[in-house]
Write a protein that binds this ligand. Structure first.
Ligand SMILES: Cc1cc2nc3c(=O)[nH]c(=O)nc-3n(C[C@H](O)[C@H](O)[C@H](O)COP(=O)(O)OP(=O)(O)OC[C@H]3O[C@@H](n4cnc5c(N)ncnc54)[C@H](O)[C@@H]3O)c2cc1C
Length: 350
């Protein structure tokens, strides 16, 4: 996909809507008392209200050799350009991190013809979105696409003379590598806010009004921490932006948190997860599995409502389940058929 197709809005859209955009202008200091933001080129902008939406950055592995050439993180368009330039057919690539991003990177690289090994610290892939059964199905599907998957392996060192040549693990194993991609998580860009004196834990602490610890200063998206949660997805950031925009326009909305929901973008592998997918104490799980068809559904129910879901294989009902989770609708009237999906329930109701 060309970069032009992933731009949210062209420069003309912002212009037409009265938004002044300054490209390539990093904010380097914020003075809350003086109500100013200083930019890298020395310009100073005044503000009446200020919104931090500085996102986050990829965490680098704190091991020897992490700064060798050929060891990339996966965050922005420059990373993508570097990775795709380096990923020639037959290149030996180690991807560190078996979360959503690592898996998507591994798949993209394998599709480009690289020989990919995906290494993950935990005992299953995507442990923050999938239960053990769905994760095992995903592992088999990735292996069928030619990706080697190593679980419960910690990366201890990148080896090379200026450029990465091998990756070493805690079990003593060493893999020859022409390139490594590290996708082990993100860190909110909250330093600017902290230096300005705002309350920062992992992210910039905000309340249900998305207000920081200072009056008229707000934070949304990956840099914000709401009720102890830093979200790492577009949808929660959009929900926060929507609430804050309404508030700044004078309406009295509040933000109560978002339901985490994810889809994996690997062609032919349909995976969806939302809410409490593991099932906390006091919940009940409804499971439908057909290993022969490579299909698995787990719905987690609590107090007559759907609170979580994992779908593997057939994800056609994903949005419907998500809606039930988000709205907290009563499922008792159709609980017996819930696992079979919306079409059956609607047919029976007709
Ligand atoms: C490869 C990849 C794939 C992803 N795929 C998905 C997906 O499929 N679905 C999904 O929901 N999420 C996905 N995500 C996550 C999603 O991109 C983020 O959750 C989302 O972009 C967060 O939005 P944000 O505005 O908070 O932060 P960002 O999108 O990171 O935007 C923050 C911006 O602020 C700028 N900035 C930072 N500091 C300063 C400063 N001091 N001065 C000026 N500007 C500054 C940054 O350069 C950046 O442009 C993906 C992320 C990656 C890296």
């Amino acid at each position: 996909m060309p970069a032009s197709e992933i731009v949210l809005k062209p420069a003309s859209w912002w212009r037409d809507h009265g938004v002044t955009l300054r490209y390539g202008a990093a904010a380097t200091a914020v003075d809350i008392a003086a109500r100013t933001v200083t930019l890298a080129d020395g310009k100073v902008l005044g503000f009446a209200k200020l919104v931090f939406a500085t996102g986050s950055r990829a965490i680098r592995l704190p091991v020897a050799g992490a700064d060798l050439r050929g060891v990339w993180t996966f965050r922005d368009i420059a990373d993508v350009a570097s990775i795709s330039r380096a990923a020639c057919r037959g290149a030996r690539v180690v991807v560190v991190g078996g979360g959503l991003l690592g898996i998507e990177a591994a798949y993209g690289l394998a599709k480009a013809g690289a020989k990919v090994t995906l290494v993950h610290l935990m005992d299953r892939l995507m442990e923050r979105q999938l239960d053990a059964r769905a994760a095992a199905m995903l592992k088999r599907a990735l292996e069928a696409k030619g990706i080697d998957v190593l679980l419960e392996v910690a990366t201890t060192r990148f080896i090379g003379d200026g450029r990465v040549e091998a990756v070493e693990f805690n079990d003593g194993r060493r893999l020859a590598a022409d390139m490594a991609v590290v996708a082990i998580g993100i860190k909110p860009n909250a330093e600017l806010a902290a230096a300005a004196g705002l309350s920062v834990n992992r992210g910039i602490v905000v309340d249900d009004r998305l207000s920081s610890s200072a009056a008229d200063v707000f934070a949304i998206g990956e840099c914000a921490e709401h009720r102890g949660v830093c979200y790492g997805l577009v949808e929660p950031a959009n929900e926060q932006a929507q609430v804050l925009a309404e508030r700044l326009a004078g309406r009295n909305l509040s933000y109560g948190g978002s339901v985490n929901a994810t889809n994996l973008k690997v062609s032919g592998v349909h995976v969806f997860s939302a809410g409490d997918f593991l099932g906390a104490a006091g919940t009940e799980s409804i499971v439908l599995a057909d290993p022969g068809l490579g299909s698995y559904r787990k719905l987690v129910v609590a107090n007559g409502c759907l609170v979580g879901a994992v779908l593997y294989g057939d994800t056609t009902d994903a949005l419907w389940y998500l809606e039930l989770i988000r709205t907290g609708a009563a499922i008792e009237p159709f609980r017996a058929d819930l696992i079979f999906g919306r079409a059956l329930i609607e047919r029976q109701a007709a």
